[in-house]
Each structure stands twice: as C-alpha cells, then as structure tokens.
Write a protein that binds this ligand. Sequence first.
Ligand code: ADP
Ligand code: MG
Ligand code: MG
Length: 250
Amino acid sequence: MLEINNLHARVGETDILKGLDLTVNAGEVHAVMGPNGSGKSTLSKILAGSEDYTVTEGRVRLLGQDLLDMSPEQRAAAGVFLGFQYPVEIPGVSNMVFLKSALNAQRKTRGEPELEAGDFLAWVRHRVKQMKMDPAMLSRGVNEGFSGGEKKRNEILQMLVLEPRLMVLDETDSGLDIDALKIVAEGINALRSPERATLLVTHYQRLLDYVQPDKVHVLSGGRIIKSGGPELAHELEEKGYGWLSEQRAA
Ligand code: ADP
Ligand code: MG
Ligand code: MG
C-alpha cells in the first residue's frame, strides 16, 4: 500500500531524511519510534505534502501512485490522513462545517457528488457516538477551547468521518490520560481493515498495548535503523535507543 524508497529530504540546507526505506502492506499497522529529532514528524509531514521540506531523492508510492507528484489536496483525496502532534484550532469554523467541507472536498477531487445533508448528518452522528463525544461539540469551533484530550479525540473523529486509506498519526498519544488513550486506540482499531494502512509515530509502548502493531521501526538520523515485531517496542521501552547505535557502530 505504502512504499517508500531511499527517501532523502531537507529543510533549508539541512538534510533530515537520509535514505529512508519503508513498506507498509494493506491492512497493516506499523509503529515508528525513535529519538527526538530523528525525522519522524518530517516523514509524516512529507507524506501529507508539506511544502516546508524539499525531497532531494527517492520515491513514495501509495497504491502504486507517485505521492510526491501530487498536491496536498490530491493526496487527501487519495486517502492520506495526517494527525497532528498539536492539532490546530480554527476558531469561528464549527466542527460540523469543517467536517462537511473536508469530506466534500475529497469527494469532489475524486469526481464524486456531494453527500446529501441528511446523509452527512447521519454519518457524522454515528461517528460522534462511536467516539463517545458530546454531540454539542459539533457546533463548537474546531478545537476552540478544547482540552488536549478533546483535541485528540476530535482528530480521531475527523479520521473516522473521512475514512482514509493511509493514516499517519504523529504522536497522537502524547499528553493523553488513560481513558482518552483507550478511546483514541478504539478509533484507530475501528478503522483497521484490509483496505487501509496505518503509520503510528509514538514514543511510548502504552499506546501499543491497545493498538497492536504488525511491525515496529526505529527511525534514527533520518533512516530506519532497525525493524522488528511488537516485541521491539518493549525492548526499546526497557533499553532506550542507545544500544542500537552502538550495535550499528560495532
Ligand atoms: P522528530 O519528529 O523525530 O522529533 P523532526 O522531524 O521534528 O524530528 O525533526 C528532525 C530534525 O529536523 C530536527 O533536528 C529538527 O530540528 C529539524 N527540523 C525539522 N523541521 C525543521 C524546520 N522547519 N526548520 C529547521 N529545522 C527543522
Ligand atoms: Mg519531536
Ligand atoms: Mg516529532
């Protein structure tokens, strides 16, 4: 589903990604872990089409399509969803209006008709219920005055409404209490399907207790330096990252 080959990217004069390879098959959830500053957020933002970064080498394909050739809007329509480390507030634009325009923009780019108002409402209400959210939040401004946990829950609601093919969640578990963490995990698990793939950027094992990854990767210095199964996340929790660079140097 997602195939990244030899990806090199820089911001200004600084090389950040230095030959990153990663393949995620349909239906799989991969966790990306790694020290601060290793390039995890850079990778996430490049997948979504951020213009802050220049890709200097390599290839990224989603379902065989060249992602790097596509605009951020085309990527969203192709099913790329990026969850932010710090979700943005859009005061004055209600959640309902935001979700409707995001969904319809994607449908339009795909050449599909807009959803009828009644169908849209039923769909959003179903998802709000699933996320155990207060329906009143639909009329509030996007993330306006939301607590950290509410913002994360809202982000997963956006994801459930949009039903992406590739979900990229960058530290979506940071700052969550255990109840919010479980709800976020339920949302991610609800979208687990053979038609979708997920990249979960996280620092902690605890999210992976609720969302079982198929594979775990360590990103360090702009490359994947180690990959393994779920047990690798436990090993990292126990030993940190230092032993990996020592292993590489040996
Ligand atoms: P991570 O998410 O793994 O903590 P990032 O991808 O955020 O790492 O950052 C990787 C490196 O790139 C860091 O050294 C960071 O300072 C640098 N970097 C990222 N974005 C920018 C930017 N817009 N301008 C300058 N440096 C950046
Ligand atoms: Mg960081
Ligand atoms: Mg980051």
